[in-house]
Design a protein around this ligand. Sequence first.
Ligand code: ATP
Length: 198
Amino acid sequence: MLSVGITGGIGSGKTTVCKLFALLRVPVYNADEAAKILMQQDKMLIKKIKKLFGNDIYSEDNSLNRRQLAAIVFSDKSALEALEKVVHPAVMKHSEKWVKNQKTPYVLKESALLFESGSFKEMDKIIMVYASEYVRIKRVQKRDGSTTEEIKARIAKQLPDAYKISRSDFLVNNDGRLLLIPQVLDIHKQLLIDAENR
Ligand code: ATP
């Protein structure tokens, strides 16, 4: 079975593209969602996060104080790196278990930070979803009402698109000029061939 990573900048359309693959019955693992759940449920991980940021980062009912954690890691790069260093292995372990339960020729792993986290190294193939910064800002604003400045600050924390594109095997153009379904079908066909020839 092939492990295929799918990434792209904020608002590029990763989730939208993954929904199309899911219609083709391709199992999709969302690393960002899994990280959120594990930070709330994985006892070993919770212990490590408390050790890094103090017990108060979880409230008495054991729910993670996301706002407090975001405030810390957004302004302190070393804190973000320390957090990623404990979260990433927990997600890897969880996703490996998940992969073992799948029976399809390939699976997709969706992650906004596939390259930044280093997990691209564990992928057999990589799909990059691209949309221009202008389009992404407009879409995210429409989705959650963030300001242009907030979105630009988040974009600035991600690696440049050109870097990601040069290291990807497939590119989905989601700028609104090309239809998504034919692009997804072409990639799906090629991945089935790749999985067969492995
Ligand atoms: P994030 O990393 O921020 O979670 P994402 O890459 O997963 O974003 P989506 O959530 O799929 O991106 O898309 C961002 C927004 O843009 C959503 O509201 C989605 O409905 C919209 N969108 C995505 N693709 C298109 C498209 N081709 N045409 C119009 N709207 C789109």
